[in-house]
Design a protein around this ligand. Structure first.
Ligand SMILES: CC(C)(COP(=O)(O)OP(=O)(O)OC[C@H]1O[C@@H](n2cnc3c(N)ncnc32)[C@H](O)[C@@H]1OP(=O)(O)O)[C@@H](O)C(=O)NCCC(=O)NCCSC(=O)CC(=O)O
Length: 452
């Protein structure tokens, strides 16, 4: 507030910082507006001077008081389910490569090592026979692949979002922000734009589209959503990650190990999460926080550029995953990343078995390495291993499935003595590591406090 001016003090103007009305059901702290700043000025003050002098208060009034929390989760997969045991036969038949007998045997061995039992894929044998150009990555096929994902990705994303919104229990029009990630596409306007009419979001919803963030995309989107929710009072952020890996599909080739890993590991799916701070009880149904997002960080592993790379080519995706190096580098760096994530919260020397874990299941070898380095009890990565086994590696979508699996296990009492605190860890291109400290909501201690 300005001090020491001449003349009498008067209320110059009330600036509405948020203008959500009660009818929108966006959380509000009074009947008409969520927050307002009353600017007081001397008679001689100019409005802009008053505004300048109050920037700090205006900004403060826009921020939420509590920490962001996951309020609902939804997941979806295409209908076409493939069993890992049957996949080598399908893959070599569909790509007319059955004559590559020793490569097929090697592929069978690799498929058994990845930790995957089952996956869902948009591409079927019919789709592949309609696109023989997809079998050879030197054939120009990018346009055809992009045409497929242009509709398939928004459709899959829509299914996951609808489930999250249904669980949340509020109208889609109450979503204020939308964060969408995919590696499957390169369109503008993108999936974010398509989802507005598909879901009945407001045309004023604030959209952010993240392309090509690899497997850390889900954690990155949640990190962004947390910042949005905490910096915009009343914000309800819909995060959706969706992948349709038809851009990655191509035929087997002697000497190209990368193709074998790509075809045996990755799956299609979508995961949606609604994030908001200060959950509200009215109007019913009350919002139910599942996990509070207490902190979020990202780090580049030193000298890792080139360990995981991806780019678009005329034949779909190009790029490289150094499959032998990735588990080793993750093992060498994970403890430091976790220590750095917990230190600002005052936790030094944490006992890793005291936490619950949502680790991106890049493959079995990666989870084994994390287990070994952190000396985790076998059940700690059970949710990550189950998702890898049932759905494959779905890039950034996977950590959302693991979060949903953790929630399901906690609600069903399958996680005896589940810890209150946990961590999400995701890996991706570079090598980049995302860490997110989570706090489970609705613990017995919290319930007791609420009842008192
Ligand atoms: C590829 C693996 C399954 C291989 O498993 P193992 O190492 O246990 O098995 P192994 O050594 O017996 O290898 C099995 C067969 O594959 C061959 N082989 C293994 N690695 C190879 C390589 N890099 N190049 C060529 N051949 C290779 C072996 O010679 C053997 O052949 P033979 O049987 O003929 O003797 C594993 O290393 C793994 O899971 N690596 C990590 C995968 C990964 O990077 N995931 C992250 C995805 S990316 C991600 O999640 C993030 C993102 O994309 O952003």
């Amino acid at each position: 507030m300005p001090e020491g001016g001449e003349g009498s003090t008067s209320v110059l103007r009330i600036y509405r910082v948020h203008t959500y009305r009660r009818t929108t059901s966006v959380p509000s702290s009074n009947n008409s507006v969520t927050a307002a700043v009353v600017l007081v000025a001397t008679a001689s003050s100019k409005p802009w001077e008053v505004l300048s002098a109050n920037v700090r208060e205006i900004c403060r009034a826009q921020r939420a008081d509590g920490s962001a929390a996951v309020l609902a989760i939804g997941t979806a997969n295409p209908a076409n389910c493939v069993l890992q045991d049957e996949f080598p036969d399908f893959y070599f038949r569909a790509t007319k490569s059955d004559h590559l007998t020793s490569l097929k045997e090697k592929f069978k061995r690799v498929c058994q090592k990845l930790g995957v039992q089952k996956r869902y894929l948009h591409h079927t044998e019919e789709l592949l026979s309609a696109h023989p150009e997809f079998l050879d990555d030197s054939s120009p096929s990018l346009d055809a692949r992009l045409d497929i994902v242009k509709t398939a990705v928004p459709e899959l994303a829509e299914q996951a979002c609808r489930k999250a919104i249904a669980e949340w229990g509020r109208p889609a029009a109450d979503i204020t922000h939308l964060v969408v990630t995919t590696n499957s596409g390169a369109h503008i306007p993108g999936v974010d734009f398509r989802l507005v009419p598909l879901l009945g979001l407001r045309p004023t919803v604030r959209r952010t589209m993240l392309y090509l963030n690899g497997c850390f995309a889900g954690a990155a989107a949640l990190r962004l959503a947390r910042d949005q929710a905490e910096n915009n009072r009343g914000a309800r952020v819909l995060v959706v990650c969706a992948e349709v890996t038809v851009l990655l599909f191509n035929g087997p080739e002697e000497g190209c190990f990368q193709t074998l890993v790509n075809q045996g590991l990755f799956g299609d799916g979508a995961g949606a999460v609604i994030v908001g701070a200060e959950p509200v009880a009215a109007p019913a149904p009350a919002e139910r926080p599942l996990f509070e997002i207490v902190s979020a960080a990202q780090a580049i592993v030193p000298e890792s550029e080139g360990v995981i790379t991806m780019h678009l080519t005329r034949g779909g995706y190009g790029g490289n995953i150094s499959t032998r190096q990735v588990p080793v580098l993750i093992g060498d760096n994970i403890e430091r990343c976790l220590t750095d994530a917990f230190a600002p919260l005052g936790i030094i020397g944490a006992e890793w078995n005291d936490l619950f874990w949502d680790v991106h299941p890049g493959s079995s070898a990666i989870l084994d390495q994390v287990d070994a380095v952190l000396k985790l009890k076998p059940e700690k990565l059970a949710a990550s291993r189950r998702v890898l086994s049932e759905y494959g590696n779905m890039f950034g979508v996977t950590v959302i499935f693991v979060l949903d699996e953790l929630r399901r296990r906690m609600e069903n009492g399958e996680e005896e003595g589940t810890p209150e605190w946990g961590v999400m860890v995701a890996f991706g291109p570079g090598l980049t590591v995302e860490t997110m400290v989570l706090h489970r909501s609705g613990t017995p201690a919290e319930k007791k406090l609420a009842e008192a």
